[in-house]
Structure formats: C-alpha cells, structure tokens
Design a protein around this ligand. Structure first.
Ligand code: ADA
Length: 575
C-alpha cells in the first residue's frame, strides 16, 4: 500500500496501479467463458478507480473484470489489494487464487514458484448487493464498484516478514515503555531455512535473534519485552513518531509507532493523562469524480481544512479509510475513530440474526485490527453504526466483538454509535457512549423538528445513564447536523431548512449545548463534506447526495464551516 514513508528498503515491490484492461460483465458470464485466464478484449482504465465515475456507468451495479500484465523476477509473490468493491475473485495466469468479501479492507495472496517473466493478473469485481451484503441496500452512501485502492506485487525472498504489530505498555509516569513485537514470518524457500532477525526503534536495537522455519512455513513469534526508556510521547501538539524496522537476512518491513495512552475517567477522556475534549467531524473518503478511489492530494487538503477549522479528531465514517490518510493523521497529531461498514438502519432484525452477516462483521474487525494496529492516531474502534442496539441479538455479537477488540486491538476506546439513546441495551460494553441524533432536522429516527428538543434530550440521557449506573462513562455526540444546499441563503430568517444559515445555526446550538454539558466530552459534526448517496435513500436526499457537509463535495465551505472554526477555536482557548 502507498504509505507516507518507505515501508521496504530491501524488498522489491511492483506497483500494479495504472493502466488495466477493463470489461463489464452485465450477465455475469465471464467465469464460464474462462476470462479468469485472460480477457478477450476491453478498454483501458486506470486503477485505483471506481467504475461509477466512468462515462456511461454512473449507476452500474454488478460485475466488471480487470486485467494487468506485469514482469517479475519470479519466486514467491505477495499480491496485495487495498480494496476491491465489494467481492473480489482473483486469478494469476489463469490459476484461481481465491476471493475476498468486503470493500474497504486490505487482502492478499501468497503465490509460490512464479516463473521469471511476464504474468497476467485478472480480477473479477462484483458490487451486487444481496441480502447478505455489508452494508445492505438501504445505506447512506453510494455503492461504488471497482478496484478502489492500490494493488501491488511484492517479491518475497528467504524468510519474509508479513506483519509486525508493535505492542507496548507505558510506565505509570509515561517516561518509559515495555515494548515487544508480534511478527508474522513466512519461509519462501522449498527447504528449511535459518535467518537472523532484528528489530530497531529508530537507532535502538530492541531485538535480535535467529529463526528457523520449515519449507513454506508461516509462524507468528512474539519477541521478548524490551524496556525502552526516555520515551517521547505522541501528543496532539507534538506527534513524535518512531521508525520501527524489522529485518531478516532477506527482507524488511518498516512502520511507524507513536507511544501514547488513551483512557477514560469520571466523564472524562485522557490522552497521556491530560483531559481532552474531542472536537471533530465525520468524514467519508469519497469524492464525486473518483468515488472511493480517493486522491492522495485531496486527503492532505481534507486534513488541512479540518485542522484549519480547529478540529482535533475525525471519525472515519463508516469504514476503515486508507493507510495513507491514517499516516497523515499520525503525522498531524489528529485523533481518529475507525469503524467497520456496518451501517445499521439498513440491517433488519432478520439480517442481524444471520450468522453469515455476523461472521462478516467479525471478519471486518479482524482485518481492521490486522492492518491498522500500529497507527497511534487511532484511539477509538467503532463496532457498528446505528444498528438496532435495542435487540438482544445485537448485544450478543457486540459482546464478542468488544471482547475481541479489547484483547487484540491495543490501547483504544471501544464504542458503537447509537441512535437509540433512550433504549439502547449495549452501552455497558463501551468505554465511551456515542449518540447520533438529528433533532431540528428529522422528525423521525428518534429526532424531532425543534432545536429545543436537544435540551430535553440532554436531560433525559443524563437520567438514563444514572439509572443504568453508567453516569461517569464519557458521552460523545457522534452525529448531529442538518443539510444545506451550498449557495442557498436567507437574508433574515434563518429558520428555513436547506439554507446554509439553518445548518449553521443548528450546529452552533448543538455545539454550545454539548460543550457545556458536564457528562459530554466531545462531538463529531455530521459531516465534513457532502457525499453521493444511494438511490435507496429517498428521504431528504436532494440530487441523491447527502448534503449535510459543512463543505460541499468539492470542498467549498458553507456558512457552518466558519461557525465551527470560531467555536472550536474558542473552546481550545478556554483550556
Ligand atoms: C445517520 C448515519 C449517517 C447519515 C446520517 C444522515 O446518523 O449514521 O451515515 O446517514 O444519519 O445524514 O441522516
């Protein structure tokens, strides 16, 4: 994956982005016609991309095929996909490698005994929504199809390093860290092999040893604990990153780590022992010209705009966002909430009880933790969004997911975004309680048309938390806001829905209320930029866009942008 730094100095990585041959398969006959072995014809497209941004394919849902030829020295290849939307089937030289379900997470294949020379990689991408889909048809973003993130073929040699999770516990005074690594290794040789292995953090060697693996053996090893002293913390104002280099004789894997501690205490959130108010926005990684194949230059611009507004955090609604973007956050000191694409309203009770859907949800959590573990900016794992968390079946799988994240997800706060503030039965599983409501905008979905209902809501929630014995768990308002059509203004009367002034005023009302509410410790305005949405969302979706962006889809600011800037800066100055 494209990173902000070189993640390999030894390993050769073949970039498979760029021109691919492309062919739509509306009647899904390509497998029977043997296209896995090579496409009969096609047009050239660039990858990463989403086909719904190609001319004539605006609303195409179904199957398309992609083909790329590349040259390698041969041996063992690790073929890596950043995200294929939504179901991928992959062939190399006509040999089926396997499939992967789910947009937004990485997956890979290891292929041995690849000959030196030219090879053909074929991908069948299927965006068809079924009753098992994740998310379901009724979802508030557009169901793009395509190879939406980077593709690469890594030439693995000798004993190779597949993953390295850098784990640590900070001392009480936060001045030193007990560090160890969980490393996954693979022997590419046809015979047993022994190699040396070492790990450094900047210039400090924290481990060195020898490893012997059988032919094509894959193992996970845990290194002994190293006491790392004089730690410089990863702080929002000075996000110190260390470079972690894992090396064998034949391979390397370089990543970044930042030492920091996130915890909750008595209605408060503490980063490195210091109380913080989370001041943020929800962000989709989407643009009308590229869909989910988001341009890296625009990632930087999004962060610049979000920082300029005074935000210290972003919620990655509603799926894991690209590694490159999270690298930028690590470097900027912005806190991030990462979640899986379980967008609740579309999942009925039948779906929530479906073991395949629950299994997919669990798979998403496993993949999110596997690929994003090391990012210091990720301080929150979101289990799901607006799922019917009044149901016992939701509680059951949430217990399993929360447990998995607590045991395997590193030092992060666990939550789910709930739109059932008055009857959610899963709050006790969370480290922070997160609420989505739209008083002042919707008259349904638990919202009501009037601004002043917010005050009642704040009081009702306080009472409910007390009655549940959960008062003391910090509350975050994870979504609130209103839609505004960019450029639609009112001279005097701000109470006109869809105007920039209405949106600005409701956001101001909410922020001022939440900021002074003693049990709340943060807010994420819905949402940073307008997004294209699904035709199934026929509620209030002018142009089939979700227009609640505080910038429009081209990042032009609406009136609320400046109001948020004013308020977030004011709150920061009060600290
Ligand atoms: C929900 C949901 C968002 C968006 C929002 C809205 O809270 O989580 O994805 O759909 O409502 O605009 O209504």
């Amino acid at each position: 994956m494209k990173r902000l730094f070189n993640d390999h100095n030894i390993r050769n990585v073949i970039d498979l982005n760029g021109a691919w041959l492309f062919k739509a398969d509306p009647d899904k006959s390509g497998v029977d016609l043997g296209w896995g072995g090579g496409l009969p014809c096609g047009e050239t497209v660039t990858v990463p991309s989403c086909w719904n941004t190609h001319l004539g394919m605006y609303n195409y849902e179904g199957v398309c095929w992609y083909q790329k030829k590349f040259v390698t020295d041969g041996g063992t290849l690790f073929i890596e996909f950043g995200s294929v939307m939504t179901q991928a089937m992959v062939w190399l030289d006509g040999i089926y490698l396997g499939d992967h379900y789910g947009a937004f997470t990485q997956f890979d294949f290891i292929v041995n005994d690849v000959a030196r020379g030219e090879h053909t990689l074929v991908v069948r991408a299927d965006s068809t929504i079924t009753e098992k889909s994740f998310p379901q048809r009724y979802t508030d973003w557009y169901n793009y199809g395509g190879i939406a993130r980077d593709v690469a073929a890594h030439e693995l040699k000798g004993i190779s390093i597949l993953t390295n999770h850098i784990k640590y516990e900070l001392s009480k005074d936060l001045k030193s860290a007990s560090v160890y690594c969980d490393i996954e290794l693979y022997n590419t040789n046809d015979a047993e092999a022994t190699e040396s292995i070492s790990i450094t953090i900047d210039d400090t060697a924290i481990y060195s040893g020898k490893i012997t693996l059988g032919s094509h053996e894959k193992v996970k090893i845990t290194t002994p604990v190293y006491e790392f002293s004089d730690v410089e913390l990863w702080q929002m104002e000075s996000p110190r990153l260390y470079t972690v280099t894992a090396k064998t004789d034949s391979d390397d894997l370089i990543d970044k780590v930042g030492f920091r501690k996130i915890e909750v205490s008595n209605n408060d959130i503490l980063l490195n022992g210091k109380s913080i108010e989370l001041r943020g926005v929800n962000r989709h990684e989407e643009h009308p010209d590229w869909g989910f194949a988001f341009h890296t230059g625009l990632m930087k611009k999004d962060i610049d705009l979000i920082k300029y507004m005074g935000c210290n955090t972003i919620r990655g609604s509603h799926y894991p966002q690209t590694q490159f973007f999270i690298d930028l956050l690590d470097e900027s000191g912005i806190l991030f909430w990462s979640e899986i694409p379980m967008w609740g309203c579309g999942f009925g009770e039948k779906a929530l009880k479906d073991p395949d859907i629950v299994a997919h949800g669990f798979q998403f959590h496993q993949e999110m933790v596997k690929y994003y573990y090391n990012h210091p900016s990720i301080v929150i794992w979101g289990m799901h969004n607006e799922v019917d968390s009044k149901l016992e079946c939701v509680r059951e799988f949430s217990i399993v997911w929360a447990d998995f994240l607590r045991k395997n997800g590193g030092n992060r706060l666990i939550t789910h975004a709930s739109n059932h503030p008055n009857d959610d039965i899963c709050y006790d599983l969370d480290d922070i309680i997160c609420i989505n409501i739209y008083h002042g905008w919707y008259n349904y979905y638990g919202g009501s048309g009037s601004f002043s209902d917010w005050d009642k809501q704040v009081d009702t929630l306080r009472e409910r938390l007390k009655s549940l014995n959960l008062y003391g768990t910090p509350v975050i308002m994870s979504e609130f806001g209103a839609a505004a059509l960019a450029g639609y203004h009112q001279h005097f009367d701000s109470g006109i829905k869809w105007s920039e002034e209405y949106q600005r005023d409701i956001i101001e009302y909410c922020l001022e209320l939440f900021h002074k509410t003693e049990y709340m410790r943060g807010f994420y305005v819905w949402q940073f930029a307008n997004i294209r949405t699904s035709p199934s969302m026929d509620i209030n979706r002018v142009r089939y866009y979700n227009n609640k962006g505080i910038v429009d889809e081209h990042r032009n600011p609406k009136a609320s942008f400046f109001k948020i800037k004013e308020l977030y800066n004011k709150y920061a100055n009060e600290e």
